[in-house]
Design a protein around this ligand. Structure first.
Ligand code: GDP
Length: 243
């Protein structure tokens, strides 16, 4: 398959349709999505998602099958909680209070069509240099060779916004021309005004990143805010590949 997943994922429809608004009243109706898209997202994620493989080194990456959507973010950003909320299963992705513990790419599938990829958390201050280097190698190998990767969702804590640890990751995504989108997490922890400020700051920062999808999704694994929209966004991306 040619290395054009970024171009595929950034199709004209995806670029022109806003996927999210910001603010407390985003629950109904879902901004940017039709009821059919929300229903398609619900159906996709109602399937029986299971762990399929893990890769700690580039050579152990599994063979490409179907389409992949990856989730990245700083340690403790709420990535495991978000994946579990998406698939509606508490224990699928392992939540952890030990930042920096997981150093593997973890693959979850419901069928041969779609795979979710939990990327190892980054930016843990106490991580030894050798671990950071191994992480960087693994991520670069994955991003470079993954023609079936439709999008990387980069999770950002709505209380913190983008920070220095996110910079090399965004740079790696720009360099590999993989389409990526920011997903704010823990929106329940932030007042509407601070949420709007975070959204605006992230949007401004994204202007410098060519591979970044310009819209931002706002979520809370705790309250379920934005989860139907994120499911619909994934379903839309998968659906576009068939169009
Ligand atoms: P990971 O390290 O990125 O996988 O993060 P986890 O999913 O393990 O979450 C880290 C911490 O943030 C845990 O204490 C979670 O309970 C908490 N957390 C995750 N998502 C949310 C959320 O949407 N709202 C709130 N308030 N806390 C959350």
């Amino acid at each position: 398959m040619p290395r054009e997943s970024g171009a595929i994922a950034r199709s004209s429809r995806a670029m022109t349709t806003p996927v999210s608004g910001v603010g407390p009243s985003q629950a109904k109706p879902s901004p940017g999505f039709t009821n059919q898209e929300i229903a398609a997202g619900r159906r996709l994620f109602a399937a029986d998602w299971q762990f399929t493989s893990a890769a700690a080194t580039p050579v152990s990456l599994p063979t490409m099958k179907g389409f992949e959507l990856a989730f990245a973010g700083r340690s403790n950003v709420g990535k495991s909680s978000l994946i579990n909320a998406l698939v509606n299963r508490k224990g699928l992705a392992r939540t952890s209070n030990t930042p920096g513990r997981t150093q593997e790419l973890i693959f979850f599938s419901a069928d041969d069509r779609v795979t979710l990829v939990d990327m190892p958390g980054y930016g843990y201050a106490a991580a030894p240099k050798a671990k950071v280097a191994a992480w960087t190698d693994l991520i670069h190998a994955y991003l470079k060779g993954r023609a079936n990767l439709l999008r990387v969702y980069v999770l950002v804590d709505a209380r913190r916004g983008l920070g220095a640890p996110d910079d090399p990751v965004l740079a790696a995504l720009d360099e590999s021309a993989v389409s990526y989108q920011i997903v704010l997490t823990k929106a329940d922890e932030v007042k509407p005004q601070a949420l709007a400020a975070c959204d605006a700051a992230v949007r401004a920062a994204l202007a410098k990143h060519p591979a970044a999808f310009p819209d931002i999704l706002t979520t809370s694994a705790e309250t379920g805010t934005g989860i139907p929209e994120l499911r619909a966004a994934v379903a839309r991306l998968v659906d576009e590949q068939r169009a």
